[in-house]
Every structure is written in structure tokens, then in C-alpha cells.
Design a protein around this ligand. Structure first.
Ligand code: DOR
Ligand code: ZN
Ligand code: ZN
Length: 357
């Protein structure tokens, strides 16, 4: 008789505050349906969408359009972050109750949102009156400019996709009493610059991969980092290999949990800390509404190499191919209903558009 070994654990639904779902504007590479399927298949039950669409989410009308279009199509709960520009500041008082974070792009990246003048950055920090954080894309030492502005206006600040060279500035600001939080991305935890030889353009994202020692520094300082966010940023393979206009970003919703559960098995992080970083902390920091009776069960005995087979993201590839993954999601339950079981979705999309508590 063959006995299948099973070691089933129950985990809360995961949360990702940093996801690019691409709808509207680039639904050939992801949309609300495919992106939230990828989320659920990766164990996420609550995610926040970023504003850098082709027409960015910088007006109440564009926000309303996202809310309208996503209804009835989303497999997990979905909230929105608002885009910061000088012009969009006038809408802050109108939209802050409907959105979670304000996203300011202080460094150049995919999409049309870039605010690189100090005067404009200053106005934006001054104008966001919400008690939810301003989420900053500020690479390298630019993070210090963001920290100075947050201090000046006593605002909460969340450092997106932090890198090892920013740890010192973040720790210092925290010590000085600033309400500062930060996230690390799986690609910065599991890949480094030496993987670029193998990955080519598939290893390109913003901020870029750094050295192996920078990567190790992130693991050594996990206790200083509030959460893990995927920065799920799908692009088609054609776009990634198009040398004339390289697109930055990698998908991550479906690979983060298996990579992290393997890290737990190797003793690099405890399961309790993993739950804090992928569920408890983001829920608290972004005032996300509670999700009663929402959880997943995972068979920890399952081990495999990450591959692109069976991915639900429309882009259909992952930069983590060949890495060790662990854990098979048996089922995902959202508000008491099984929405995903043994690799299949069941029923209709049950996700809700969410607003800050
Ligand atoms: O690599 C990235 N891709 N970094 C970003 O900041 C944006 C993202 C995207 O939207 O593709
Ligand atoms: Zn970013
Ligand atoms: Zn991003």
C-alpha cells in the first residue's frame, strides 16, 4: 500500500500591499481576473493594486473606473493605492477614504508616474492627510529625501521594495521616532546580480538585483523589515526581450509562499515570523478590513522545483524557475467558502473591493 505522507498546516490568507494588476490599459499581460487568480493560487486573499497604469490612477474618475471594472471579476479582496502627482494632490481629500496608500515614484520605473523634483515631492508629502502611509519608490539614497519629507510633515511612510543599502537610513529614522515601515520583495531575497547571467532581461526589475552580500544582509535583518510584498509586475516575454524598450518587473504572487516555506524548512525564518510578515503586519499597517473565516491549508511535505507550469498569471513566466519550492496549497477558504481546491477554482469570483477600516 502506498501511503501519501501529509503534513497539513492551516495558515491565514496572505496579504500583499504591492501588486500591479495592469487593468485598465495593459490587460494583454494581466487583468483583475487573472491577477486575482494568481493571488489566490499563491495563498493571497487580500491585495492592493498599484496606480502606475497606462492612464495612471491619479483622479477620482480613474479610481472609480477600477472599482467598477473589477466588480464581479476578482477572486480575492482587492483595494487600491492612489498615484501621486502635483496635479493629483487636489484630489487627496476626496480619495483618501477609498484608497489605502498613496504611491509616489521618486525614481524612474515602468509607467508614466515620476515625481523627481524636490518641490513637487514636498507638496505631495504635505498634502496626503490620511493616517495611512505614503508608499515610496525611492531607490538607493533617495530614500533619505523621502524620510526627510515624512519627518518634516510628520507623515507615515512605507518604503517599497527596500534594498540592503537602505537599512541603515530606515533603522535610524525609526530610532528617531518616525513612523516608518518597509517591505522586502522575494526577488531581492532569492536572487542576486549573479543570476542575471542566467536570467538576462527576465532578471530586470526596479530596484535592480544587488550583490550576494546585499542579498544576505536582507536575510540577516529580517527582524527589521515589516513585511514581504511581491511587487508582482507582469510583462509579456516579448516585452521583456525587446531590447529597444526594456520593461522592468517580475511576477511574484504564485511563487512567494513556496519559496518562503522552503526558507522556513531550512531554518532561515520561523513560520510565525513568516505569517507576521505576509499577513499580520500588512493588515495592521494598512488598516485592512478583517477577513473572517478566511484561511488556507497547505501540505508541507510537497517539495518541487519552481516552474512556469500551471501559473495563472497571464504573463506565464517566473524568474524563479529551478529554485526549490515547498508546500502545496490544498484549499483556500474566503469567508467560509472554498474558492480554490487542489489546483482548481470553484464557484464564482467572491472577492470584494475593500476600503480602509
Ligand atoms: O520592476 C518594477 N516594475 N518596478 C516598479 O517600480 C514598477 C513595476 C512595474 O509596474 O512594472
Ligand atoms: Zn516601485
Ligand atoms: Zn511596484
Amino acid at each position: 500500500m502506498i501511503v501519501k505522507k501529509e503534513d497539513i498546516i492551516k495558515l491565514p490568507g496572505l496579504v500583499d500591499v504591492h501588486v500591479h494588476l495592469r487593468e485598465p490599459g495593459a490587460t494583454y499581460k494581466e487583468d483583475f481576473e487573472s491577477g486575482t487568480r494568481a493571488a489566490v493560487a499563491g495563498g493571497y486573499t487580500q491585495i492592493l493594486d498599484m496606480p502606475n497604469n497606462v492612464n495612471p490612477t491619479t483622479t477620482p474618475a480613474r479610481l472609480q473606473e477600477k472599482i467598477r471594472v473589477s466588480k464581479g471579476k476578482i477572486w480575492c479582496d482587492l483595494g487600491f493605492n492612489f498615484g501621486a502627482t502635483v496635479d493629483s494632490t487636489r484630489y487627496f481629500p476626496k480619495v483618501y477614504k477609498k484608497t489605502f496608500g498613496l504611491k509616489i515614484y521618486m525614481s524612474q520605473t515602468t509607467g508614466p508616474l515620476l515625481v523627481n523634483k524636490l518641490q513637487e515631492q514636498d507638496l505631495i508629502f504635505k498634502s496626503w492627510l490620511s493616517n495611512l502611509p505614503t508608499m515610496v519608490h525611492a531607490e538607493d539614497e533617495l530614500v533619505e529625501v523621502a524620510i526627510r519629507l515624512a519627518k518634516k510633515y510628520k507623515r507615515k511612510i512605507h518604503i517599497c521594495h527596500m534594498t540592503a543599502n537602505q537599512l541603515k537610513a530606515i533603522k535610524k529614522a525609526r530610532k528617531e521616532g518616525l513612523k516608518i515601515t518597509c517591505e522586502v520583495c522575494p526577488h531581492h531575497l532569492f536572487l542576486n546580480r549573479s543570476d542575471l547571467k542566467r536570467l538576462g532581461p527576465l532578471g530586470m526589475m526596479k530596484p535592480p538585483l544587488l550583490s550576494k552580500s546585499d542579498q544576505q544582509k536582507l536575510w540577516m535583518n529580517l527582524s527589521e523589515i515589516d513585511m514581504i510584498s511581491t511587487d508582482h509586475a507582469p510583462h509579456t516575454l516579448e516585452e521583456k526581450y525587446d531590447q529597444s524598450s526594456p520593461k522592468f518587473g517580475v511576477p511574484g504572487l504564485e511563487t512567494t509562499l513556496p519559496l518562503m516555506l522552503e526558507a522556513v524548512a531550512r531554518g532561515k525564518i520561523s513560520i510565525g515570523r513568516l505569517v507576521e510578515m505576509t499577513s499580520t503586519n500588512p493588515r495592521k499597517i494598512f488598516h485592512l478590513p478583517a477577513q473572517p473565516n478566511t484561511f488556507m491549508t497547505v501540505n508541507l511535505e510537497e517539495r518541487y522545483k519552481i516552474s512556469k507550469k500551471g501559473l495563472f498569471t497571464k504573463c506565464g513566466w517566473t524568474p524563479f524557475v529551478g529554485l526549490e519550492g515547498r508546500g502545496e496549497i490544498k484549499k483556500v477558504v474566503l469567508r467560509g467558502q472554498i474558492i480554490f481546491e487542489n489546483g482548481r477554482f470553484s464557484g464564482k469570483p467572491q472577492g470584494k473591493v475593500i476600503y480602509p477600516d
